[in-house]
Design a binder for this molecule. Structure first.
Ligand code: F6P
Length: 375
């Protein structure tokens, strides 16, 4: 019987849903029935801290303090109940000229005897996977990011749990907002994509939702809020994506440093919007940044199930030797797409079909064409 060692790593920002995926990679790969059917026995090695775990020029050291850890069904048995990643993660990029560690990564993959490598992550992690695939590594991708901005898939692990957190936190804010007759501006993550703000705002019933895909006017925001007040509404929730911008202005950044993949930390737009509302509409307003709370906590049922399906599908791709592909969820089905097709672009909110540009909110027409003349 053939033998193969599979490596698995999680890269980029953590989120809920990673551990269920790891658990089901291990369970599927070590399933005896699969071995019998496919005539192959697998071993699974967890790589610690994303690509960083493969970037040590001295070679990878074993657990407990090192970069790799042997995974079996007993080790991962309870992992699907926990958020974050038991393997750890980082934003390290072996192709960053500052590290220039791609050759080290290739040498470590060889030394570890990895016949295949599963990379669970968003666009940055998949971009490294794609480059390694071009160098001959048998790579499989699993999509993960609360931003849901990876093309080629309708779902990325962590998104639904983050939407759940946004909904729960806004439910909490409503009581205090109502007692004090205040506006709350809630900042969500998502980078340049508005999915989290839009779907979190829709789920929580926010009055106004501001997304990066559509620059907004503060005057219009104030007009909408004052309209509500004139109808006797005591408080309002405004959700703003961290990447959203006031028309004619730029994005707000929390820090100046640029990470290994060229990103700057976004943040601060909620406070700007809050101050402008107080100034222009004379309504008492507070801002809150949900920040990393959105990535924390236990995975919701959907992320546990999707992690499971994605993990199983990744092993199936290895058995079928369909390397250089990312597991995907499309039109209600689990499938796979070439990693090449998901790199270098973002999946953004389609303003025309999903966003109400007059009332700054989710669409109000789903099966109906807006403005259609029934004459
Ligand atoms: O990509 C996921 C994400 O949570 C973004 O929504 C956010 O802008 C960024 O990561 C924050 O990164 P960090 O954890 O490095 O602060």
């Amino acid at each position: 019987m053939r033998k193969m060692r599979i490596g698995v790593l999680t890269g980029g920002g953590d989120c809920a849903g990673l551990n269920p995926a790891i658990k089901w990679i291990v369970k599927s790969a070590l399933d005896e029935r699969l071995s019998q059917e496919a005539g192959i026995t697998f071993e699974v090695l967890g790589i610690r801290d994303g690509w960083k775990g493969l970037m040590n020029p001295q070679g990878c050291n074993p657990a407990p303090h090192g970069d790799v850890v042997a995974l079996n069904q007993e080790v991962v048995r309870t992992w699907d109940r926990y958020g974050g990643t038991m393997l750890g993660t980082s934003r390290s990029n072996p192709y960053d000229p500052k590290h220039n560690a791609a050759q080290v990564v290739l040498a470590n993959i060889e030394k570890l005897g990895l016949g295949a490598l599963i990379a669970i992550g968003g666009d940055d992690t998949q971009s490294v996977a794609q480059k390694l695939s071009k160098e001959g590594v048998n790579v499989i991708g699993i999509p993960k990011t609360i931003d849901k901005d990876l093309p080629g898939t309708d779902y990325t692990l962590g998104f639904e749990t983050a939407v759940e957190v946004i909904t729960q936190e806004i439910d909490r804010l409503r009581t205090t907002a109502g007692s004090h007759k205040r506006i709350f501006v809630v900042e969500t993550m998502g980078r340049n994509a508005g999915w989290l703000a839009l779907e979190g705002g829709e789920a929580s019933g926010a009055y106004i939702i501001l997304i990066p895909e559509y620059d907004f006017s503060i005057e219009r925001v104030c007009e909408l809020l004052l309209e509500g007040r004139s109808q006797g509404i005591r408080y309002d929730i405004v959700v703003v994506a961290e990447g959203a911008k006031i028309s004619g202005g730029g994005q707000s950044f929390a820090r100046e440093e640029i990470d290994s993949f060229g990103h700057k930390s976004l943040g601060g737009i909620a406070e700007t919007v809050a101050r402008q509302i107080e100034k222009q509409a004379q309504l008492e307003t507070r801002s809150i940044v949900l920040s990393h709370l959105q990535r924390g906590g236990t995975p919701c049922a959907y992320d546990r199930r999707m992690g499971r399906y994605f993990g199983i599908a990744a092993v199936d791709l290895i058995v079928n030797q369909q390397y250089g592909r990312m597991v995907s969820y499309r039109n209600g089905k689990i499938c796979a797409v070439p990693i090449d097709e998901v790199i270098g672009k973002l999946s953004l909110v389609d303003v025309e079909t999903l966003y109400d540009t007059e009332r700054y909110n989710g669409r109000r027409a789903i099966l109906r064409k807006v403005g259609r003349n029934h004459g």
